[in-house]
Design a protein around this ligand. Sequence first.
Ligand SMILES: Nc1ncnc2c1ncn2[C@@H]1O[C@H](COP(=O)(O)OP(=O)(O)OP(=O)(O)O)[C@@H](O)[C@H]1O
Length: 251
Amino acid sequence: MTAPLLQVTGLVKRFGGLTATDHVTLDVVPGEIHALIGPNGAGKSTLINQLCGELAPDEGRIAIDGADVTALSAPERARMGLARTFQVTCLLDEETVLWNVAMALDVGRGHSFRFWRDIRRDEGLTAEARRALAGTGLEGRAGVTVSELSHGERKQLELVTALAQQPRLLLLDEPMAGLGHVESQAMIGMLAGLKSRCGMLLVEHDMDAVFALADRVSVLVYGRIIATDLPGAIRENPAVREAYLGEGEEA
Ligand SMILES: Nc1ncnc2c1ncn2[C@@H]1O[C@H](COP(=O)(O)OP(=O)(O)OP(=O)(O)O)[C@@H](O)[C@H]1O
């Protein structure tokens, strides 16, 4: 059997008396979208921050492709093929779409952001950035300044910049947040098309997107995984329904 792309075992993170991640065990296998759902404050962002190396766990182990990365920094994990998107987009607003993609490609090659040369003059890099934009729906927007993009386009661009690093494993933190119906459908199409390129852990509140995309779903409540199963079984799971209905949300 091939090693999971991501294996999380017994992960614990405490903030004072609060256990935000309570012995979480989950995995993502190649070609899979594994969705992580849970009510507000369940600990989803805290978990993602530990997976990408921005927050140190108190206990437990994180492995990428079988290699223990628990003690590695975020850039070291990125070099091993891990990329993430953020709940709030993280782009350079005053620069063009093309420049943002070129920058992401450059950083993905290990060039330091602080010491970059003028990448606008690097024709090979800008050609590559155009290729990365091809087929994303943003190819006609290459010269547009990011601040002029719609919210949906920003979300799409953030995904393109994450993919510029050629990740094997992508952590998606609420990619549908703030998107309208049409934009959500475009994002769902984009993510579905990526399954053959990388495994994904999808943190998402939009249940239509979760059930359209996920191969498996894990449910996090008060820092604990209460169920991991196929989407159909998760829908019918009484503990899951109670966790959501208890929060006044629809399962
Ligand atoms: N740096 C911190 N210090 C103290 N408590 C924190 C910190 N970060 C998160 N928490 C707490 O940990 C718990 C989990 O928060 P987290 O943001 O991970 O939840 P979430 O599931 O991502 O929520 P949402 O769906 O609203 O984004 C919450 O009770 C939160 O208040």
